[in-house]
Design a binder for this molecule. Structure first.
Ligand SMILES: CC(C)(COP(=O)(O)OP(=O)(O)OC[C@H]1O[C@@H](n2cnc3c(N)ncnc32)[C@H](O)[C@@H]1OP(=O)(O)O)[C@@H](O)C(=O)NCCC(=O)NCCS
Length: 327
């Protein structure tokens, strides 16, 4: 079951603040007005107050009560500059350069999370994934015990029975060509995230080969990563390398890998690289009628998430709730 209602209940018990880096964007304003109608998640809009108010009025959204913070006249800017210089001192960041960098809403918004003004951040309605994620990598950083930040998508489609089919796919958005060990870390983080969405993970490490039917460097990578992941997470049912049909079709699984514990029933998919992952989730979304939530960033010290530039206001609203609930 997709635990959206549960996330709202969690937030109702402990309301949070979320930064939107693109405060003037119409989709952000619509999602903010919807959030402001309840009180479990409070939007902080980055941008010029007059421009944001004018944009909201023109689009017809009531954003009364939203906190608006303008990098051009933020009263804690000196403190923010000092803090950013401290964080980036190994990179030799000067106060002058920090002041320039903080004029950009993606860096400014990320610093609001770092300074505790907000609990989480959602950006990317107009910024690219790289421009949303890079400040988080540099400022929020990877949480202790992790070596990388990665990401997963949660895919949701109603079944004929009325309940939802929910899948997890990773890493479709951040790591371009993860190593075996990075795939193991991605698998562990993805399993944790999948559980939050009510998925009992049955995990397939995907390839163009099933249990040695094909050969090649990337086949070995997925087979070795699956072995390492099985050893590291003995409680998660894992198999690989598997082709996608063997992973999801019981009939194909009976022919290709009859002894597999999960083949035919996999619901959590680890892709060999970002090409496969990004193309794979978009096929599910565009041709398989799944709603795609993500990329949900995994392994960061605080929740920051990225929107697709093609997103609509409902997706902004949903991702805001997911992001804040992860806080
Ligand atoms: C995530 C991404 C933007 C980072 O690229 P980048 O900014 O060029 O990365 P850099 O190598 O310059 O690293 C910037 C910082 O982030 C850190 N970093 C980079 N990738 C990281 C990762 N996966 N996990 C943790 N930290 C990472 C680096 O260590 C570096 O830190 P430092 O400045 O403190 O030394 C890059 O991997 C990327 O473009 N991925 C694909 C994004 C995309 O287009 N997705 C498809 C659309 S959804």
């Amino acid at each position: 079951m997709f635990g959206f209602g549960q996330m709202i209940s969690i937030l109702k018990k402990s309301p949070k603040k979320i930064v939107f880096t693109e405060g003037e964007d119409e989709r952000i304003l619509e999602a903010s007005s919807r959030l402001l109608a309840s009180s479990f998640l409070h939007p902080i809009l980055v941008g010029n107050e007059e421009k944001i108010a004018a944009a909201a009025e023109e689009a017809g959204f009531n954003i009364r009560g939203a906190q608006i913070i303008d990098p051009e006249n933020y009263d804690r800017m000196d403190e923010m500059v000092d803090s950013l210089c401290e964080i980036r001192k190994k990179k030799g960041l000067t106060p002058e350069r920090a002041r320039e960098v903080l004029k950009q809403a993606n860096y400014f918004g990320t610093m609001l999370v770092k300074m505790g003004v907000a609990d989480s951040l959602l950006g990317g309605a107009t910024y690219s994934t790289a421009d949303t994620v890079r400040p988080a990598l540099q400022i929020i950083k990877t949480k202790p015990g992790n070596s990388i930040v990665s990401s997963c998508f949660i895919l949701v489609r109603p079944r004929a029975t009325g309940e939802n089919e929910v899948l997890a796919m990773a890493d479709c958005a951040i790591n371009i060509n993860p190593t075996e060990d990075e795939l193991v870390e991605i698998a562990g983080e993805t399993a944790e995230c999948a559980k939050i969405f009510g998925i009992e993970p049955k995990m397939a490490f995907l390839s163009y080969s099933t249990h040695g039917s094909g050969a090649g460097e990337t086949v070995d990578k997925m087979s070795n990563a699956a072995k390492k992941a099985k050893a590291k997470y003995p409680d998660i049912p894992i198999d690989g390398e598997l082709q996608f049909d063997a992973a999801v079709s019981p009939r194909v699984a009976r022919t290709k890998c009859p002894d597999s514990e999960i083949a035919g029933h996999a619901n959590t998919f680890i892709f060999p690289d970002i090409n496969a992952g990004n193309i794979g989730y978009k096929i599910a979304q565009r041709m398989g009628n799944f709603d795609a939530y993500g990329p949900i960033l995994l392994g960061l010290n605080a929740p920051v998430n990225d929107l697709s530039r093609g997103c609509n206001a409902l997706e902004v609203y949903s991702m805001a709730i997911i992001t804040a609930a992860l806080a």
